[in-house]
Design a protein around this ligand. Structure first.
Ligand code: DX5
Ligand code: ZN
Length: 220
């Protein structure tokens, strides 16, 4: 399976966002992770459609939109129009997660479904056929810069095993507290799409990205 880095711009310096995204692209990151927070599903508020419209096309990267909002189906069309390539919703945020995934597909986009650290892995099973990507939160969603929750490793292993048992080869994305020091464990556990905010944007962005890519390649 391909290993992909998805730098989360939540930790970027917005004064020079386009240049910073470009630095990650030139250093090998194929996705940009775009965290949308509504102040209800999670305590904080981040950014939304106008920012996505503005940065689309700044690079050729895949726009990986993570909706941490209540009833995300309400905004799927807008995010699709503003440049999202992959739209991930939270299982816990939806009355009917399957309908939200259908709506994403109806807009011609790839659909992801995410669970918070306290939600059982088996809750994803009904969506194994429907979703293209499964996002395991390894911190409580809402803020960048938190510490990786060690239990997440067992949860990623469990999810990969459940998919493998059914012969399903799909993306497992992991988000929260990932750095050069621990990303190998997460890849080893079965993840193949790695989100990192602080680990990419704090310090030397090019160097951070190149080092992540070197580690990712050793697991291909
Ligand atoms: C947290 C967000 C993450 C966040 C990760 O709720 O979903 O994408 O930006 O940031 P780091 O890598 O700093 O933990
Ligand atoms: Zn995220």
């Amino acid at each position: 399976m391909r290993r992909i880095l998805a730098p989360s711009i939540l930790s970027a310096d917005f004064k020079t966002l386009g240049e910073q995204m470009k630095a990650t692209e030139e250093s090998g990151a194929e996705y940009i992770h775009f965290d949308v927070m509504d102040g209800i599903f999670v305590p904080s508020i981040s950014f939304g459609m106008p920012v996505l419209s503005s940065i689309r096309g700044a690079t050729g990267q895949v726009m990986d939109v993570h909706l941490m909002i209540t009833e995300p189906a309400r905004y799927v069309e807008e995010f699709a129009q503003c440049g999202a390539d992959i739209i991930t919703i939270h299982l816990e945020a939806c009355e009917d997660p399957g309908a939200a995934l259908d709506k994403i597909h109806g807009c011609g986009k790839k659909a992801g479904i995410s669970i918070k650290p306290g939600t059982p892995v088996e809750a994803l099973e009904p969506y194994f056929d429907q979703a293209e990507m499964f996002l395991m939160m390894s911190v409580e969603p809402g803020f960048g810069g938190q510490s990786f929750i060690p239990d997440s490793l067992g949860r990623i292993r469990d999810l990969r095993k459940r998919l493998d048992e059914r012969g399903i080869e799909k993306d497992i994305e992991v988000d929260g507290g990932l750095y050069h020091s621990n990303v190998g464990d997460v890849l080893q556990a079965g993840a193949n799409v790695i989100v990192s905010g602080s680990g990419v944007f704090k310090g030397d962005i090019r160097k951070n990205t190149v080092e992540f890519m070197e580690i990712l390649r050793t697991y291909e």
